[in-house]
Design a protein around this ligand. Structure first.
Ligand code: ZN
Length: 88
């Protein structure tokens, strides 16, 4: 017989940990929202579902771009631009 258990924990972060957690959750939220936007656009613009693993760029004509690698590059570029704007 399979038994499932659940545990509840309470966490009291130090002020330094609170800052680190807030920063980390901010980054995670940024990446999540960026990926959701890319996937939503891909679906509505090109009827592309998650089983489509490659992508052809309509702008430059490059074919067979790995979708995940392309998304990672786009997110890195967007995050870098965001940080550059925050520093100025
Ligand atoms: Zn291109």
């Amino acid at each position: 017989m399979k038994t499932e258990r659940a545990y509840k924990y309470r966490f009291y972060p130090t002020p330094e940990q609170e800052i680190l957690l807030a920063r980390t959750f901010g980054c995670v939220r940024f990446v999540w929202n960026a990926v959701l936007r890319y996937r939503t656009d891909a679906f509505y613009q090109r009827q592309e579902t998650l089983n489509v693993r490659t992508w052809d760029c309509p702008d430059c004509g490059t074919q067979g771009i790995d979708r995940d690698v392309n998304a990672a590059r786009n997110i890195l570029q967007a995050g870098t631009a965001l940080l550059a704007g925050a520093e100025s």
